[in-house]
Design a protein. Sequence first.
Length: 149
Amino acid sequence: MTADDARLARAARSLARASRLLERACGDLNLSQYRVLAAVASGHERASRIADRLAVGKPAISATVESLCRRGLLTRGPVAGDQRAVALALTPGGERALAAAETAIVERIDALARHAPDGEALLDALATLGTALDAMSAARHGTAGEPAS
């Protein structure tokens, strides 16, 4: 393993640990559920579009949407002009769950930044990571780099 490979492996392990930290912050939501709620709140109302934006398979999105609907956090409704499509919307409970998860996630990231040698650099790196993820998604789908949630 080269030095670059070792550095990338450390980065991968750090991301895995960070995702677990964030998932614990989400309370009774898992990260997939959080990401779907955030995507719906951002205006992505069709499950197929959410699957594309989040780079997950349609079966995984369908299962996540079904669990969120059963919990009363999402509703399904018709899409004007497309009888086959289904629009997703947050319920008031979904809005509360998303807000609570985001508050807890922000608190965890803030605590992480306070423990970092250079918290501002960490926050900048996370913002850069988000930009890179958006660019990868746009390249994969041939779209302008809109945030993937």
